[in-house]
Design a protein around this ligand. Structure first.
Ligand code: NAI
Ligand SMILES: O=C(O)C1=N[C@H](C(=O)O)C[C@H](O)C1
Length: 266
C-alpha cells in the first residue's frame, strides 16, 4: 500500500487530500505544515474532518519525506521546489499541485525531476485535462480566423493570477496555433490600448467569494462563437486526482510528468 505524505496539510486542498487518501485506502504516513503554523502537533485527520488518523501535523520536512513513498504538495512554487529538492535527495516521488510557477521555476523543477519521478500539474481534475485535449483539436481546426480569449474565476483567497489552469489552456491553444504563448498572452487592457491583434490570447481574471474554479476559453469568429467551459463545484476531484497521481507515479522512471500522463490522455 502506497505511503502518502501531504504538504500543506492544514490548507484547503491539503485537508481534502488527506480525506481522499484515506478513502482510497492509502496509508497517510505524514502531514506537513509550515514551521510556526498553529495546527502543528494536531492530528491531521481530525483537522481534515475525517476522524483520528494517528498522524500529527509536523513541520519536520526531512523526517516526513523519509517516512513516505510519495509526497503530495499543494503549497506555493517556492515551497514545492524545496520539497522537490528534498525528495530528489531522498529518492522519493512527488506530486505537485501548486500553481504560479515562473518559466524559470518550471525549468528548475524539470532539472530536479531528472533524479526522481515527479508529477507537476496545474489541475488534477479529469474534466479539465479532457478540456486540454479538446482545446488542442478545436484550436487546430479553427486556425487563425477565430480570436481566442480566456476567462477564469476563483475564490477571494487565491494568491496567484492568472490561474495555472488558465495559463496551461493558453499554452495548449498557442502551441496548436504555432504561436509562442509568452509572446501572445495579453493579461492587461486599459485606456486607448489599440485594436486587438490577431495573434493575441486575452486573459481575464475574476476573484470573489467561494468560487472553487471556473475556466472558459472563447473562440470568437465573425457571427459565431465557441465556448469551452469547465466549472469545479468542489475540490474533491482535485484531491482524488492527486491521490491517483501519487499511486501512479511511485515506481515510474525519473522525469517530470503531468496529469495527462497519469490519465493516459497523450
Ligand atoms: N493542481 C490542482 O488541481 C490545484 C491546485 N491548487 C493550488 O494549490 C495551492 C494551494 O492551494 P490551497 O490549498 O487553496 O491554499 P491554502 O493557502 O489553503 O493552503 C496552502 C497550505 O500550505 C501551507 N504551507 C505554506 N508554506 C509551507 C511550508 N513551508 N511547508 C508546509 N506547508 C506550508 C500553508 O500554511 C497552507 O496551509 C495553490 O497554488 C493553488 O493554486 C489548488 C487547487 C487545485
Ligand atoms: O487556487 C485554486 O483554488 C485553484 N487553483 C488551480 C489553478 O490555479 O489553476 C486549479 C483550480 O482551478 C483551483
Amino acid at each position: 500500500m502506497v505511503k502518502i505524505a501531504v504538504c500543506g496539510a492544514a490548507g484547503r486542498m491539503g485537508q481534502r487530500i488527506i480525506v481522499a487518501a484515506k478513502e482510497a485506502g492509502c496509508t497517510v504516513s505524514g502531514a506537513l505544515e509550515r514551521p510556526g503554523h498553529e495546527l502543528v502537533g494536531q492530528d491531521a485527520g481530525l483537522i481534515a474532518g475525517c476522524g483520528v488518523l494517528g498522524v500529527n501535523i509536523s513541520d519536520d520536512l526531512n523526517a516526513v519525506v523519509a517516512g513516505c513513498d510519495v509526497l503530495i504538495d499543494f503549497t506555493t512554487p517556492k515551497v514545492s521546489l524545496k520539497n522537490l529538492e528534498v525528495c530528489a535527495l531522498k529518492k522519493k516521488s512527488i506530486v505537485i499541485g501548486s500553481t504560479g510557477f515562473t518559466p524559470e521555476e518550471r525549468a528548475l523543477a524539470a532539472e530536479l525531476a531528472k533524479e526522481i519521478p515527479a508529477v507537476l500539474a496545474p489541475n488534477m481534475s479529469v474534466g479539465v485535462n479532457v478540456c486540454f485535449k479538446i482545446l488542442k483539436d478545436v484550436a487546430k481546426t479553427l486556425g487563425d480566423d477565430f480570436d481566442v480569449e480566456i476567462v477564469e474565476l476563483h475564490h477571494n483567497k487565491k494568491k496567484d493570477a492568472p490561474s495555472g489552469t488558465a495559463v496551461r489552456m493558453g499554452e495548449v491553444v498557442a502551441e496548436a496555433l504555432g504561436r509562442d504563448y509568452n509572446q501572445v498572452a495579453n493579461y492587461h487592457r486599459e485606456g486607448i490600448c489599440g485594436e486587438r491583434t490577431k495573434e493575441e490570447i486575452g486573459m481575464q481574471t475574476v476573484r470573489g467569494g467561494d468560487i472553487v474554479g471556473e475556466h472558459t476559453v472563447y473562440f470568437i469568429g465573425m457571427g459565431e462563437r465557441i465556448e469551452i467551459s469547465h466549472r469545479a463545484m468542489t475540490r474533491d476531484m482535485f484531491s482524488r486526482g492527486s491521490v491517483r497521481a501519487a499511486q501512479w507515479v511511485v515506481g515510474k522512471a525519473p522525469g517530470l510528468y503531468d496529469m495527462q500522463d497519469v490519465l493516459g490522455l497523450k
